[in-house]
Write a protein that binds this ligand. Structure first.
Ligand code: ADP
Ligand code: GLC
Length: 486
């Protein structure tokens, strides 16, 4: 290994402290992997209500920050904690901004002061590192909420000796979330006029955190090779394809790894019984435990399909809702765990009323249930409109739960279509975002399910695939090193 690097990994969510989706998993598991490679990686996130001091044994540090936000100076406190492997995590506290019931908004509405909250966050990160005398080689920022960090470094902090050699990496996890706010945001961020031009942070008259990050970061990454190409097109670029095209040479697609310490049926404390490829009895026990949650025990030999997902437009929940009536009629079982848009919850709820013994809806965010459902099901549905990486198909494979996903982004890169003749492959994919293509993929899966030998083979293929961080973390390290050597 080369010289250990000092890496500051900044994210609006980190597992286990606060999570709405795969971003939290990715940041925690990448950090653990970098830490185990011997790098000095420190994480930084807001101290939300979820990141409870007692639950996570957080310590308050004797640091008082005062951060300019618009006309005001906002006080910030710092807490420190650790990931299980020891990597330090720092939390920015301010009760007004972060002590709320959710991370970014309530119900279907985002908080109206999100721009202010994350301006405060971005600038506080930079001030905090100075007070800690932690001089990072690389500042690795994730999602729009961290988007102003690279901007500050290239503007207000450009002459700051402390950050002279720091390089920035910005990871795009989802272009559907951009942090676009009214033009006055520039003043709230106290950034110079030059930032607000169409070549930089201006996006159709608004101030875009994401666009700013895409322009000002030294290097850009996204979470799968396929998504890194898709986002250069109009169909998947969410209006950012032009900016991204300009930065094509600095854009790298690195497939997310997963944390097998958290997600392995061999040692998962959250499931009914552990199991492994050579002994699948535990999988049957997990299946039985899950089936007990349904109101009827009839048809327990039928396949169990699940979905563990944010219920959002991205995830193709509407396609699942369309497909379900014909599927449920055949007697199979379906369970969904998710929170999100009410229109989807309502439709799914109606189906569970119509097919009470077959369709189970769990509208909550519950880590334990996510493990229980992924372990206990036979197949997992991920018919996304777009999918930067996607983690549940990878968790599914590890748990012998066969993914049926749309061939986009990370789903395309991580699922290999099963071939009944050769016995190769790990799941089922479909191309067009339409009902027929989706149903056809499900049909292929259902017919493989009927053939015990093929199904066992398919199950083992997935369980034996390796999506650990070993390779991907090294790809990030190479990228950091190349940037520092430039
Ligand atoms: P995204 O980040 O787009 O939501 P991913 O597949 O990358 O999609 O990651 C989703 C993560 O969130 C997985 O860890 C999944 O288990 C988890 N998850 C999604 N919905 C729920 C829920 N309702 N309860 C618990 N975990 C959930
Ligand atoms: C995003 C994407 C998802 C990805 C996750 C972690 O939320 O929607 O595809 O797996 O980030 O990178």
């Amino acid at each position: 290994m080369g010289k250990p690097l000092k890496i500051l990994l900044v994210s609006p969510e980190i597992q286990p402290f606060a999570k709405t989706g795969g971003l939290a998993d990715m940041c925690a598991s990448l950090a653990k992997s970098l830490h185990s490679l011997g790098h000095d990686v420190r994480l930084f996130m807001p101290k939300y209500k979820q990141a409870d001091e007692k639950k996570f044994s957080l310590q308050s540090l004797p640091v008082k920050l005062s951060i300019p936000v618009g006309e005001k100076n906002i006080a910030g406190e710092i807490f420190s904690g650790k990931l299980e492997d020891g990597a330090p995590v720092y939390f920015l506290g301010n009760d007004f901004y972060f002590n709320r019931n959710s991370l970014y908004g309530d119900e279907d509405e985002v908080f109206t002061d999100n721009a202010e909250r994350f301006i405060f966050f971005c600038r506080a990160v930079l001030e905090f590192c100075k007070s800690l005398a932690f001089q990072p080689d690389v500042v690795h920022c994730n999602e729009w909420q961290c988007g102003l960090i690279p901007v500050y470094l290239k503007t207000l902090y450009s002459h700051d000796a402390f950050y002279k050699s720091a390089r920035t990496v910005f990871s795009i996890h989802n272009l559907g979330y951009q942090g676009n706010f009214k033009a006055e945001t520039l003043d709230i961020a106290r950034l110079p006029e030059e930032v607000f031009t169409p070549e930089k942070a201006e996006y159709y008259g608004e101030f875009s955190f994401l666009k700013a990050a895409l322009v000002y970061s030294d290097s850009l990454t996204t979470v799968s090779p396929s998504y890194s190409k898709e986002i250069l097109t109009k169909e998947y670029g969410f209006g950012m394809e032009g900016v991204l095209k300009k930065r094509e040479n600095d854009l790298h697609g690195i497939l997310n790894g997963v944390d097998y310490l958290e997600w392995s049926p061999e040692k998962d404390p959250l499931i009914a019984k552990t199991y492994e490829p050579s002994d699948l009895d535990g999988k049957e026990a997990c299946r039985s435990a899950l089936l007990k949650r349904f109101s009827s025990t009839s048809g327990n030999k039928q396949p169990v399909l699940c979905m563990v997902s944010r219920l959002s437009y991205q995830k193709g929940v509407d396609l699942v809702i369309e497909a379900l009536p014909s599927l449920l009629k055949t007697g199979l079982k379906f369970v969904v765990l998710g929170i999100g848009e009410h229109r989807y919850e309502n439709e799914l709820q109606k189906l569970s009323v119509r097919y009470p013994g077959n369709c189970l809806c769990l509208f909550k965010f519950d880590e334990r249930l996510a493990h229980e459902i992924i372990a206990g099901s036979d197949m997992i549905l991920i018919p996304s409109r777009y999918e930067p990486c996607g983690l549940t198909q990878i968790y599914g494979m590890k748990y012998g739960t066969i993914p049926i996903g749309r061939a986009v982004g990370g789903l395309k890169d991580s699922i290999e279509e099963f071939d009944l003749k050769t016995g190769q492959g790990t799941g089922f994919k479909f191309d067009a975002f339409d009902l027929d293509a989706f149903l056809a993929a499900i049909k292929r899966a259902l017919s493989a399910f009927k053939n015990q030998k093929s199904w066992n083979r398919l199950t083992l293929n997935g369980m034996q695939r390796d999506f650990s961080w070993n390779q991907s973390a090294l790809a990030y390290v190479r990228l950091y090193e190349n940037l520092l050597n430039k």
